[in-house]
Design a protein around this ligand. Structure first.
Ligand SMILES: *Cc1c(COP(=O)(O)O)cnc(C)c1O
Length: 313
């Protein structure tokens, strides 16, 4: 599967948007690649250049058991002919995402949560003898990743009043903010942190540009914390799919889209405004929620399994 870049922009139609006279568009970064989806390709691109320049042939990175980033790293390594290793947080588990990583040649190491905190030390402990090993931080967070995410902004041909993205490390938002600040556009950046007490992400997002006057954080859409979901959130993924045919991921984009609709209903936006939301990908994260979906809607779950299986085929 080749890369689809620049990713397409699609208008989203929904009764709530119509009622509030809003135009919502989605940049479909989820379509960039089935496994190297969304911001993960943008974040890896310049890291890969750096690895090549330094003659490093072995990518080493970090993530949780359903990590979109590890999956993307494994697929990128396979595609571009690198060796890859993934350090997985927590006790040894088996699931579709990790199996797929292994199938793409990634060597997996499970490390306990305490040791996992210090990634540089872990890298040293495991790979200090391997001169070909190249360290990639969790989620790809780096100056190179910010640079890659800034390119998303240069692909836009229209101006928007609001630009929405979900935030984990804040790297993607940081790159977008850098791009935004180089233009005359009055676009407001709207960021949804997907974990509790997300205020600290403001520093991470503005560190690179030193500027935050375009940045708005919405802290109340974490749904209990990172990776946590509720039945209404999963139901929202199903409803959104039924309305649009677009699958969201349970960790990031579902929370962001929920926030957009919630803010619309609370009249956060002015009638006539144009909103762009970034589908940062990660749809394969739904593997981890199949049992919960099954409790809500077996028909949808069947379809979901089919879509996810296709991505892995
Ligand atoms: C990793 C990821 C994010 C978070 O990106 P950051 O740059 O770490 O803020 C957002 N959405 C999806 C789908 C992701 O996989």
């Amino acid at each position: 599967m080749l890369f689809q870049l620049p990713s397409p922009v699609q208008q989203i139609f929904h009764p709530i948007l119509e009622q509030k006279e809003l135009q919502l568009f989605m940049k479909r970064d989820d379509l960039i690649h089935p496994l190297i989806s969304g911001n993960k390709w943008r974040k890896l691109k310049y890291l890969l250049h750096k690895a090549k320049t330094e003659n490093k042939t072995h990518l080493v990175s970090f993530g949780g058991a359903y990590s979109n980033h590890l999956l993307a790293t494994a697929a990128t390594a396979q595609y571009f002919g690198f060796k890859s290793s993934g350090m997985v947080r927590g006790e040894a588990v088996k699931n579709e995402v990790l199996d797929q990583c292994r199938l793409m040649g990634m060597e997996l190491y499970f490390v306990d949560r305490e040791a996992y905190r210090d990634k540089k030390s872990l890298f040293k402990a495991y790979f200090s003898q391997d001169t070909s090993a190249f360290f990639i931080d969790e989620g790809g967070a780096s100056a190179e990743a910010i640079q890659g995410c800034e390119e998303l902004f240069t692909e836009l041909s229209e101006a928007y009043d609001h630009l929405f993205c979900a935030a984990g490390t804040g790297t993607t938002a940081s790159g977008i903010l850098n791009g935004l600040l180089k233009t005359e556009a009055k676009t407001q950046l709207q960021v949804i942190p997907v974990f509790k007490n997300g205020e600290f992400i403001r520093d991470a997002i503005t560190r690179s540009s030193g500027n935050n006057y375009r940045l708005n954080l919405h802290l109340d859409y974490h749904f209990g914390g990172y990776g946590k979901t509720t039945n209404p959130l999963l139901q929202f993924i199903i409803d959104f799919y039924q309305h649009t045919g677009i699958l969201l991921d349970p960790v990031y984009t579902a929370k962001m889209l929920w926030a957009i609709f919630d803010l619309a209903q609370k009249n956060y936006f002015n009638a006539g405004e144009k909103i762009l939301t970034i589908h940062t990908g990660g749809v394969t994260g739904n593997w981890g929620k199949l049992n919960e979906f099954e409790q809500i809607d077996t028909n949808f779950t069947q379809k979901l399994k089919q879509v996810l299986t296709e991505k892995f085929s």
